[in-house]
Write a protein that binds this ligand. Structure first.
Ligand code: C2E
Ligand code: CA
Ligand code: CA
Length: 588
């Protein structure tokens, strides 16, 4: 063997061509040795093999760096033992990435695949470690060695998450994908500056009746040349290079701005969930950033829900646990996304104080045929109920899936059957429509309440009170003590309905109702209380300045004691309608 193919074991560490830890070539040494090898054997066909050790980081965490180093040394030794008498050059590029350039004939028998696995023994047990590798047949010798390595690595990347495959051969499509990634990376900053990323919203519906109660923000890249690019094409890439943290914050800001605009206009909105990438859990500022973003938009944290993925927890359980606790203390609810997709699911439920479980949509794959998945799904829902967790089922595509989920008391549903992710403008239109039914929503979604209702409405940051104050239409609380009726609280919409402007807000509320208004109200209140049904009626209301306004009222009994009863009501101004009716009367 000539000098270039030798690894020069035992070479003093000072030689800059060799890796201090393993004694085989380092990146620099491998480059020059490979160039020389190709030059010396112009008629031989060579291949590159690029190895990456699977789960090496976890191994390091589990057994410590020392053990990690030993494994790397063993790996290098294995390569050395198999290749030292072959026409080959090999080295460690960095971390757990090894490389070799070897004669093609060596690949032809399967002996080389032995290099993909080693076992590591501790005092307690024996562990097997596996690698994934990419192979590149050197067809173009004019390429720089770094490009050849990139090609072998590109092949390796395609099977990195596929544990069933040991190796993959490079092909041109992989190279194009790599180039495309580089292009996206170089375009990112400009795309952010030009607001090419658009937030789409996918509504989440109450399972019992399909009413929109929330939404999820999902990003798209509206590229000036390539058109709409889905997140799966760029998020993994931006997770690798750290851009995701810029992109995620951009999305969170957009969502908060949308919420703020709704509230500023006195319009109704629903809480929106945002996705937090798994790599964010390595960022110590995550919670503060989220808190600052909602603060700067002057919205309650209840209007933003945080989706974290099960895989984030698997990667980094301690950090995720701390983050969830802190997010709670800041008033955010936390959803566990893609629940059931990973192996840690059940363990995680016991340890992590999340609020809502979002069940992975794969449970609904082949619904009707896959009995096993359904049994698991049902057990998860039951378990979650036990733990008082809310459940969202994702990926609902058919009526029969919905029917089924309702029957097992899943709380909320999301999926193409209801709505696909939609651009912001369409979502706003939908919210406006929802607002028309929001009074009904308010009536239906309030729990049966007793005296605590007042507390609920006095604490300005509870879900109910946000719903109440941001309601499009006028709403209020009414108290009845014997024959006396009093307004306790009203929202902005009430002033708009009664005084035709929000300016009426300074009006005094404790004006007693007078007959005939008082009698009519008492009558409606007692029916509402007896029947426990919403009462609808028209009221000719006398304002403080002795002028009158026609209102349509809906009233519902909330609860109370024999002496005192509470009612919630909504009002709509029907002056125009009344005038039109009057005009018609006069005409006929
Ligand atoms: P995810 O968080 O699990 O989001 C759900 C995905 O399922 C979305 O894909 C949604 O469009 C899709 N989906 C919803 N209903 C159905 C259905 O009925 N059938 C099927 N087949 N699919 C449905 P999308 O928008 O392509 O997003 C893919 C993934 O990209 C998301 O998965 C999420 O992990 C990630 N992502 C999206 N936006 C962001 C973001 O702003 N930040 C971060 N970090 N990740 C994001
Ligand atoms: Ca999600
Ligand atoms: Ca999901």
């Amino acid at each position: 063997m000539d000098s270039v193919t030798s690894t020069q074991k035992g070479q003093p560490a000072q030689d800059e061509r060799f890796d201090d830890l393993t004694g085989i070539y380092n990146r620099y040494g491998f480059f020059s040795a490979t160039e020389q090898l190709l030059k010396e054997y112009p008629d031989q066909q060579f291949c590159l093999i690029y190895w990456n050790i699977r789960k090496f980081r976890i191994t390091n965490d589990l057994f410590g760096w020392n053990a990690g180093d030993k494994i790397l040394v063993r790996w290098a030794k294995n390569i050395d033992e198999l290749l030292h008498d072959k026409l080959a050059v090999y080295g460690r590029l960095e971390l757990d990435n090894f490389i070799c350039c070897v004669q093609e004939s060596f690949i032809e028998n399967n002996e080389w695949t032995r290099l993909g696995e080693i076992s590591y023994t501790t005092d307690e047990a024996k562990y097997n470690l596996y690698s994934c590798c990419g192979l590149y047949k050197i067809t173009d010798r004019t390429l720089p060695v770094s490009d050849m390595i990139n090609k072998a690595r590109a092949a390796m990347e395609t099977i990195k998450d596929n544990y069933m495959r040991l190796y993959a051969w490079y092909d041109e499509a992989m190279w194009n994908a790599l180039l495309e990634e580089q292009r996206m990376n170089s375009e990112f900053k400009n795309a952010i500056a030009e607001k090419q990323f658009k937030v789409y919203y996918q509504p989440i519906c109450r399972a019992s009746d399909g009413l929109v109660i929330s939404a999820e923000a999902l990003v798209r890249w509206v590229h000036p040349v390539k058109g709409l690019i889905p997140p799966d094409s760029f998020i993994p890439l931006f997770e690798k290079n750290g851009f995701i943290s810029i992109l995620d914050r951009y999305v969170w800001n957009e969502v908060c701005a949308t919420q703020q605009a709704r509230l500023d206009q006195g319009l109704e909105t629903v809480p929106i969930s945002i996705n937090v990438s798994r790599v964010e859990f390595y960022n110590p500022n995550l919670c503060e950033d989220l808190r600052n973003i909602v603060k700067s938009h002057n919205i309650s944290p209840e209007l933003l829900k945080i989706e974290i993925t099960e895989s984030a927890y698997a990667d980094n359980p301690i950090q995720v646990l701390e983050t969830v606790k802190k997010l709670h203390s800041y008033g955010f609810s936390v959803l566990m996304d893609d629940f059931g997709s990973g192996y840690s699911s059940l363990n995680m439920l016991k340890d992590l104080p999340i609020d809502i479980l979002k069940i992975d949509m794969r449970f609904l794959d082949n619904f009707g045929q896959n009995q096993k998945a359904i049994i698991v799904l049902e057990s998860i829902i039951r378990l979650a109920k036990w733990m008082k967790l809310n459940i969202v089922s994702e990926g609902v595509e058919t009526q029969s899936e919905w029917d089924y989920l309702r029957s097992v008391e899943c709380d909320s549903v999301q999926g193409y059957y209801f709505y696909k992710p939609m651009p912001q403008e369409s979502f706003i239109e939908l919210l406006d429509k929802v607002a028309e039914h929001s009074v009904d929503l308010m009536f239906r979604s309030l729990p049966e309440l007793d005296d605590t209702i007042l507390e609920v409405f006095h604490q300005s940051n509870t879900k109910e009170s946000i719903l109440f104050y941001s309601m499009l239409s006028g709403m209020g609380l009414l108290e009845q003590c014997g024959d006396n009726i009093e307004l306790l609280r009203v929202n902005k919409g009430y002033y708009e309905a009664v005084y035709n402007s929000a300016k009426g807000e300074n009006q005094i509320l404790n004006m007693p109702f007078e007959d005939p208004e008082r009698s009519l109200l008492l009558e409606q209140c007692s029916t509402a209380r007896e029947t426990n049904q919403v009462q609808r009626f028209q009221l000719h209301h006398k304002r403080e300045d002795n002028t009158y306004v026609w209102l349509a009222v809906k009233l519902r009994y909330l609860g109370g004691s024999p002496q005192r009863a509470l009612y919630i009501f909504s009002v709509d101004n029907i002056e125009e309608q009344k005038k039109a009716e009057q005009a018609q009367c006069n005409a006929s």
